[in-house]
Write a protein that binds this ligand. Sequence first.
Ligand code: HEM
Length: 188
Amino acid sequence: MRIYLSGWKDNTSMPKGLVYEGVLEEPMEYSGGSAAQSSLLHCFDELLGIKHEETSGEFLARMRNYMPPAHKQLIQDISLQPSLKGFVQQQASERLNQAFQRCVKKLLAFRSYHIKVVSRYITVPAARARQLRKQSRESEQEMISRAPTALEERGTGGSGIMSFLKTVRNQTKYTLLPETGKKELHHS
Ligand code: HEM
């Protein structure tokens, strides 16, 4: 099961990829399953105008090749529309600014919470497993699962999962509008 999660691209244990016998003689390289292949967050990013940093952006863009073609097309179509953020800023409406800010802040909150989940279920167990392997005798080492460490080391375009997720979260933050602190005036 683990191999389907880690995939056979950027995987040090399968550096050349995998030969699909009877299909092609050349080995193929494909990433494992990832929630980054889900189209929803890509749609939000394009709609809100979140610009990803180069390395994490490349990984996320590559993940679009694992989506149904119509989903990938929809994301592309959204990205080609005029900028929503630009429109919001042109209107100079405090209510509209606040609505845009709320959307970005919700996405930011999701990404921050997700980092905590990944830390709890991958980073912390991986560190614990590494520590146990260091302390144990050779015979016991085999018994200690390598699963969390393998998940932690999986390929996200060359960066570790935590730095990848934090970069993606920070780029989301940079999309927030500058806070004006002004309140909209209501005339009765
Ligand atoms: C125990 C639960 C989870 C773990 C351990 C986990 C782990 C990870 C990891 C390691 C990545 C980095 C990319 C990769 O290696 O594929 C990632 C990315 C991602 N995950 Fe999760 N994840 C969990 C739950 C979720 C849930 C519940 C969602 C959505 C509701 C989600 C959505 C995403 C998205 C959208 C990305 C791409 C990065 C981004 O756009 O922010 N994950 N996840």
